[in-house]
Design a protein around this ligand. Structure first.
Ligand code: GDP
Ligand code: IMO
Ligand code: MG
Length: 420
């Protein structure tokens, strides 16, 4: 059996949590492969609205196994809060949630370093979620990091103190006030909680599941345009958010990847700094933000909004080898007289149809206009009943990108989904 991957094709928040929750009923295992609590994945069903950060979005399906893979970075405090919230909903996932021993730990001092670094950057800040993601991945690649497997071995506290002291030395370079103690106490409580979970070598477990013909879906975090290599560097996150990240973040060989499901919003959003060619800093952008409730699930920050960017979408499809598409939040476009799609850009008078190395103010998006629709589509459950204007919009995108759209999401709820 091969492993399917679902990942975001834009700047994150495409609706991955919702769609993984919908698809989870078809899979035995859901596995997160990168990122950490910078992610905020929202799930809605019955009267429940729930946001997950570290825990995979299969957690509300009783028989689904959830794995936090080696590529993920974990903050024990946030993990503990997530588990407590689930317990309040009578969901005890101890028997269904496994954590890779190779996953790295976000230390309290990593969070401080993230905040100090951002403060020092001033106007050029990345707009990080301040969860310590960058400094943790830096310690991972710098070969200084602490891993989940370390917490059950002797000498863990010594290793913790050694790395924390190193961070304190680095922090002396910044003029930054901080207090570690409060967070530290909870952090060690979180470590104790993590010890009570099944800590595994997930690469073996996952490959065995594949041999046993179990169905696995790898759940991406962030989006392709935030990838450390291919995103709008330096305004990116610190992991590979692309399909290749599923191989390294779970220990699965490239020839074991099956379907690669790419998810995109019917328009674009971005939270944090960095280039955004189709951004709308006008009433249309505000309308998208208002109708789409575009406020960060992790930080509450307003998301920047703009029209769909086809060159960027095609770039993401290419990088990931996308085999099928999911479009979300189409309902948010309801009511617009005209909907626009960026088909290419103009740069110094020339036409370019790809996302260039350098995206700056000189890059001018060129739009094709579509007639909008007025009817509420959120309760529609079959393709044939969709407004013809919306179908035209979908067909255009599908044709341009040359990958079939297999799922249309028309609302935040599990039920508000048309599967083709
Ligand atoms: P993720 O990070 O990719 O999981 O996405 P987020 O949860 O951060 O943001 C997506 C937001 O849109 C959440 O509030 C979802 O509940 C909501 N959402 C998902 N799909 C749809 C949809 O089709 N229509 C509407 N209106 N909201 C949606
Ligand atoms: P999900 O999984 C949207 C953005 C931050 C910032 C940049 C770097 O919910 O789609 P970091 O904290 O990773 O160092 O921040 O990346 N970012 C996200 N934007 N959705 C996310 O995750 C994000 N995770 C990080 O806003 O611009
Ligand atoms: Mg999100």
């Amino acid at each position: 059996m091969k492993l399917d991957v679902l990942l975001g094709l834009q700047w994150g928040d495409e609706g991955k949590g919702k769609i993984v929750d919908v698809l989870a009923s078809k899979y035995n295992v859901i596995a997160r492969f990168q990122g950490g609590p910078n992610a905020g994945h929202t799930l809605e069903f019955n009267d429940i609205k729930h946001v997950l950060h570290t825990i995979p979005s299969g957690v509300f399906r009783a028989d689904t196994i959830n794995i936090i893979g080696n590529g993920v970075v974990i903050d024990p405090v946030i993990f503990m809060e997530e588990i407590e919230e689930l317990l309040e909903m009578n969901i005890d996932i101890k028997k269904n949630l496994f954590i890779s021993k190779r996953a790295h730990l976000i230390l309290p001092s990593h969070r401080i370093l993230d905040a100090a670094s951002e403060a020092a950057k001033g106007k050029t800040k990345i707009g990080s979620t301040l969860k310590g993601i960058g400094p943790t991945y830096m310690d991972k690649t710098g070969r200084n990091g602490l891993r989940i497997g370390d917490i059950i071995n002797p000498g863990f506290e010594e290793k913790y103190n050694f790395l924390t002291n190193k961070h304190k030395d680095i922090l002396k370079q910044y003029n930054f006030d901080y207090n570690l103690e409060d967070y530290e106490n909870n952090w060690f409580k979180g470590i104790e909680l993590i010890k009570s979970f099944k800590l595994i070598e997930s690469e073996h477990e996952i490959n065995q599941y594949l041999k046993d013909d179990k169905l696995i879906l790898a759940e991406g975090a962030q989006g392709t345009l935030l990838d450390i290599d291919f995103g709008s560097y330096p305004f990116v996150t610190s992991s590979n958010t692309t399909c290749a990240g599923a191989c390294t973040g779970l220990g699965v060989a490239p020839n074991k990847i099956g379907n690669v499901i790419g998810i995109f919003k019917a328009y674009c959003t971005r939270v944090g700094s960095g280039p955004f060619p189709t951004e709308l800093e006008n009433i249309e952008g505000e309308t998208l933000r208002k109708q789409g409730h575009e406020f960060g699930a992790t930080t509450g920050r307003p998301r920047r909004c703009g029209w769909l960017d086809l060159p960027a979408l095609k770039y993401s499809v290419m990088l990931n080898g996308i085999t099928e598409l999911v479009i979300t939040k189409a309902d948010v476009l309801t009511g617009f007289d005209t909907i626009k799609v960026c088909t290419h850009y103009k740069l110094n008078g020339s036409k370019i149809d790809y996302l260039p190395y350098e995206v700056n103010d000189q890059l001018e998006p060129v739009f094709k206009e579509f007639k909008g629709w007025k009817e509420d589509i959120s309760k529609i459950n079959s393709f044939d009943k969709l407004p013809k204007e919306f179908i035209e919009y979908l067909k255009y995108i599908e044709n341009e990108v040359n990958v079939p759209i297999k799922v249309i999401s028309v609302g935040p709820n599990r039920n508000e989904t048309i599967i083709l």
